[in-house]
Ligand binder design. Sequence first.
Ligand code: GDP
Length: 140
Amino acid sequence: MAVERTFSIIKPDATERNLTGGVNAVIEKAGLRIIAQKRIQMTRKQAETFYAVHSARPFFGELVDFMISAPVVVQVLEGENAIAKYRDVMGATDPSKAAEGTIRKLFAKSIGENSVHGSDAAETARIEIAQFFSGNEIAG
Ligand code: GDP
C-alpha cells in the first residue's frame, strides 16, 4: 500500500475541552505520523473557502460559525493508506453512529461539533494541505 498524506483538523469543540493530546494519542496509536501541526484561529474567509463544497447545505452558516468559534489545530498526517485509515480512525460524521474506539465516538459532542476533520480523497488532501501549510512547514 502506498504511503499517503492526509489533512486533519482538530476542531473547536476538542481544542476548547483540552483534547488536542487525546486526539493525537489516538492518531499515533493508529500508526499515523503527525508530520506538520499548528494551532490557528481560522478566519471566516478561510472557513468558508475550506467548506465551500458545503455552501448550499442548510448547516453551512452554522458550520462556519463553529469552525471560527475557537482555535483549531491543523495537521498533516502521513502513513500507509493514510486517507482511508484516518477516516476509519475518525469514525462516522454523527458520533452516535461512530464505532467504538474512534475519535468521534470517544470525544465528539454532536454531528456538527464532531471534533475532527479528515480529507476524503487524494485530490482533496492535496488541496486542503496546500490551503494551510507551505512546503517547509511539513517535515516527513
Ligand atoms: P465528514 O467528512 O465526516 O466531516 O462529513 P461531511 O463532509 O458530510 O460534513 C462536513 C462537516 O459538516 C461535518 O464534519 C460536520 O462538522 C458538519 N455537518 C455535517 N452534517 C451536519 C449537520 O447535519 N448539522 C450540522 N450542524 N453540521 C453538520
